[in-house]
Design a protein. Structure first.
Length: 184
């Protein structure tokens, strides 16, 4: 009796699993199984041409933004050494040039704003009208003769309320010529 019960249980399980498969034992397919299944394609990193260029872009801009922001703060001490710190509006970053520039500008503006807020030298504001000074930022790609690799220039220019230039600070970073094409 026990043997018969085991055989019936195994037969029932086999029938359930055959019913759940999309292909029956006879080779015909039910109508709902006609939909194609998703296929995952795994590509090697060597098959991606701009893998290293694009993955390091936010870090690249944070390095260069920190350098230029610190230069600006060092050279504008006579402006912000007052009883009340002046208000500063940081404009959206602009791209200059037609060639490809890696993305990541959102991060560099954030880094610049955090450094200025942390230094307590200027008070960042959200509108140009309420600011005493405006900080304009431009990123461009330079083509330098006899220098291999890509060179990116990060330039900050500060203007007062009368739209007069107070100062300009520039820093460039070059792509290293090695296997991973890193920037530092």
């Amino acid at each position: 009796m026990k043997k018969m019960l085991v055989i019936l249980a195994v037969g029932a399980l086999a029938g359930c699993s055959a019913w759940q498969n999309t292909v029956s034992f006879f080779g015909d397919r039910p109508a709902e199984a006609e939909q194609p299944r998703p296929r995952l394609v795994v590509d090697t990193p060597y098959g991606l041409s701009n893998l290293y260029e694009e993955t390091s872009a936010p870090q690249l801009y944070s390095v260069v933004a920190a350098r230029v922001t610190n230069k600006m703060l060092d050279q504008t001490t006579e402006i912000y050494e007052r009883a009340l710190p002046p208000k500063l509006y940081i404009m959206q970053i602009k791209k200059a040039g037609v060639e490809h520039i890696p993305d990541g500008f959102f991060y560099s503006r954030q880094v610049t704003k955090e450094i200025i807020e942390g230094s307590k030298t200027f008070v960042p504001v959200n509108t140009r009208e309420e600011a005493d000074y405006v900080l304009d930022i431009v990123v461009s790609r330079l083509n330098v003769k006899n220098v291999p690799g890509t060179v990116l220039q990060y330039k900050m220019t500060m203007f007062d309320k009368g739209n007069n230039e107070v100062g300009s600070w520039t820093e460039a970073i070059r792509q290293v010529q090695n296997d991973d094409r890193s920037w530092w």
